[in-house]
Write a protein that binds this ligand. Structure first.
Ligand SMILES: Nc1ncnc2c1ncn2[C@@H]1O[C@H](COP(=O)(O)OP(=O)(O)OP(=O)(O)O)[C@@H](O)[C@H]1O
Length: 307
C-alpha cells in the first residue's frame, strides 16, 4: 500500500536558530504525534543535506514535507523540489515550523512562530501557490539556484557573509552584519537589464524580491506579492555610507524604496552583469550562492505551501 503519499516527511535542521532545531525537536515531535500526523523524519547532518533528502522523499512518493528550521532550511527544501523531475513542483506541498534565526519568509505568509500554532496551521491543509525565482550563472557551469524569498547582489550579499558568521548572537546578527558591512563594502560597477531597459553605473545592491521581508525583518523592495507573477526589483544606485546610515530605520519600514537613488520596478526577468574585476557576493534567501554575471527568471506559482 502507498502510505507515503498520505504521510508527511519532516526535515529538521538541528543547527538552525543556533541549535534551537535540535533543542525543540522532541517537543515538536510529540506535538506532531498529538495532532495525529503520520510522518517519517530525518535530522540533517550537513549543509544542503535537505536537497538530497527531498529528492529521496519524492522518489518514495511523499507529497507533503514539513521544514523544521529557518530560511536556509526552507531554501534548500525548495531547491530540492525545483531540481527533481519526478513530480510537478506545484504538487509537493510544504509546511514550515519556523525555528530559525531570522525566519523572514514566514512573515510574508503570516505563518506563526509559535510551534503549536504553526502545526495547527499545517493541519488545516490550506494551500497556496507562490512564485519562485531561478538564478542562472552566465558563462559558468554552475547549476541554477532557486529562491522563494529574495535574492540580492552586492551590499546585501556582503551583509549575509558577515551575518552567517555571527548567528550565535541571534537576530541581532543581522543588525551587526549591516553595521560591519557599512565599514568594508565598496559599491560596484554593474549593468542591469530588464524590461528592455538598461541601467549602468556604480551600485550598492540589486534586490530581486518574491516575498516581503529579508535580513531579519527589513523591507527592501517596494510592494512584493508572491502570487502576482512579478519580481519586485530595487536597484540601489551609488548610495554612500552616510545615505545608508541616515536611512537605517527606513530599511525596516519599507520606505527605503522611496529614496531618490533607488529605482524600483516590477519584472519577470532581470540580467545583472558586473563591470569590474572584483565580483560582489550574491545571496538567495540568506544563503551565499557565489559570484558572477547572472540571469534571474520568475517561475509562476511553482511552489505549494501550507499557509
Ligand atoms: N546538520 C547541519 N550542519 C551544518 N549546517 C547545516 C546542517 N543542516 C543544515 N545546515 C545549514 O544551516 C544553515 C542555516 O539554516 P537555517 O537558515 O535554517 O537557520 P538559521 O540561519 O538559524 O535561520 P534564518 O536563515 O531564518 O536566519 C543552512 O545554510 C543549511 O544549509
Amino acid at each position: 500500500m502507498d502510505t507515503a503519499s498520505k504521510s508527511w516527511f519532516v526535515i529538521i535542521n538541528p543547527t538552525s536558530g543556533n541549535g534551537s532545531g535540535k533543542k525543540n525537536w522532541p517537543k515538536i515531535k510529540s506535538l506532531l504525534e498529538k495532532h495525529e500526523f503520520i510522518f517519517e523524519h530525518v535530522l540533517t547532518t550537513y549543509s544542503k543535506h535537505s536537497i538530497k533528502l527531498v529528492h529521496q522523499a519524492i522518489k518514495q512518493n511523499f507529497k507533503n514535507i514539513i521544514s523544521v528550521g529557518g530560511d536556509g532550511t526552507l531554501h534548500n527544501i525548495v531547491n530540492g523540489i525545483m531540481t527533481q523531475n519526478n513530480v510537478p513542483t506545484s504538487k509537493i506541498n510544504v509546511g514550515v515550523i519556523p525555528i530559525g534565526t531570522g525566519n523572514d519568509w514566514v512573515k510574508t505568509h503570516k505563518i506563526p512562530k509559535n510551534i503549536d500554532s504553526a502545526i495547527q496551521l499545517i493541519k488545516n491543509k490550506k494551500i497556496a501557490h507562490q512564485d519562485i525565482g531561478k538564478i542562472e550563472f552566465l558563462n559558468q557551469t554552475k547549476t541554477p539556484v532557486y529562491f522563494n524569498n529574495l535574492a540580492g547582489i552586492g551590499f546585501d550579499g556582503y551583509v549575509v557573509s558577515k551575518v552567517n558568521k555571527h548567528k550565535y548572537i541571534g537576530a541581532l546578527a543581522y543588525l551587526y552584519g549591516t553595521l560591519i558591512s557599512l565599514f568594508f563594502f565598496k559599491n560596484f560597477e554593474s549593468k542591469v537589464s530588464s524590461n528592455s531597459e538598461t541601467i549602468s553605473g556604480k551600485t550598492l545592491m540589486v534586490l530581486v524580491g518574491v516575498c516581503k521581508y529579508s535580513g531579519g525583518g527589513m523591507q527592501l523592495t517596494d510592494s512584493p506579492n508572491p502570487f502576482d507573477g512579478y519580481f519586485d526589483i530595487s536597484i540601489a544606485k551609488n548610495l554612500s555610507k552616510l545615505d545608508v546610515i541616515k536611512n537605517v530605520s527606513k530599511l525596516f519600514n519599507g520606505k527605503i524604496s522611496n529614496h531618490k537613488k533607488i529605482q524600483t520596478f516590477k519584472s519577470k526577468h532581470i540580467k545583472v552583469e558586473i563591470n569590474q574585476d572584483e565580483f560582489p557576493f550574491i545571496q538567495a534567501d540568506g544563503e551565499l550562492i557565489g559570484t558572477g554575471n547572472i540571469k534571474i527568471t520568475l517561475i509562476p506559482k511553482a511552489f505549494s505551501l501550507y499557509c
